[in-house]
Design a protein around this ligand. Sequence first.
Ligand code: CO
Length: 465
Amino acid sequence: MAGVKITDTTLRDAHQSLIATRMKTDDMLPIADKLDKVGFHSLEVWGGATFDACLRFLKEDPWERLRMLRKSFKNTKLQMLLRGQNLLGYKHYPDDVVEEFVKKSIENGIDIIRIFDALNDPRNIKKSIEATKEYGGHAQAAISYTTSPVHNNEYYINLAIEMEEMGADSICIKDMSGILLPYEAEKLVKGLKENIKIPIQIHSHFTSGIANQTYMKGIEAGADIIDTAMSPLAMGTSQPATESMIASLQGSPYYPDIDMDLLLEVTDYFKDLRDKYLDKGLLNTKVLNVDVRTLKYQVPGGMLSNLVSQLNTQGKLDKFDEVLEEVPRVREDLGYPPLVTPMSQMVGTTAVFNVLLGERYKMVPKETKNYVKGLYGKPTVPIKEDIKQKIIGDEEVYTGRPADLLEPELDKLKDEIKEYMEQEEDVLTYALFPQVAIEFFEYRQAKKYKIDNNILNDEFKTYPI
Ligand code: CO
């Protein structure tokens, strides 16, 4: 037995969780060769918030980052996180955009696409799973893990069976808040193993301090792959530490085939990088603490800091505890959505409005209204009539697949950005983040910075012209 497999998330989730997604490509490339030779099953390097952060804050082309990484990682599979029909944005995109996005992700170097939907609505991940398979990628369907009176093992097993039937190549239990308890993980993994044939991966966060034990019990129950991050960027709201998890498995049949000496050289590199981020004030040491509130409120680390900053700008930080207590109530009212993008933002902002306005649902964010109208998919539990009344009145609720309402738009979008197009991928960047994309394209033109489309074929170079 080859032991458990490891996906290292340092280049995606870890820096998204700890340093607001600010790791630059230049900080990744020097260690790529060593990371590539350690023996990881895969490296999560793209997707999630990295795409947006590249454009918005780092003034990097995310597609070019991907090509550079692909070029550097010759042995290891590259993995990304995709929000199903929401891709890497915050709303539903038409099927033609989804298909093209998946195609280009794979063409530019992604091997494994982890696909999830915040509502666990299978209709919202179907198109991206199909496209991934069509273009030769590995489609991993992710269960957004949460707890509620209806989110039990039977629910998750049925969902996983449906995902397998849909063509998923593996299943991920995606515990974004770090609330999956060790013995629950054991039961869930066992149940999944009895009912599906494809491999099972566990993704958790260290936020509440339990993820290491969760992984151990999950592995003993048969989980095939776990997600960890290199120790300098692990723990806190990030993943458990890669080195510690591997060491914990020594002397067991689960011990993975990893070059530990080389791994520790990788640790040294990230230690220096972490110090650099600390000096720059990018790493807030607060997120490194164990936060047990997440066990009670289910609020993922990123959402906690969002709530703090929303309240801070209003000068209402004193209402923080009240808002935190309002979150589970709003969640219940809305049919127990898992608190993951975009539902975490929706529930969070609605809770903030409810508390600050002193009356529940007096004012409701547009996104929450659209959710109640069915435009994000099917709530796990139907929303109660009186709550629906308060939020959307007598407006009709749509029960079909949200993307069926959307017309193809790729050709139109291509037309809109003709003057900026330097690569086919640009239209996707524009489809996802229109305003940020235009700003980036203008920056790119002004800098006379030329992107290299043939990086995977030629020797890499970025050159000013
Ligand atoms: Co995560």
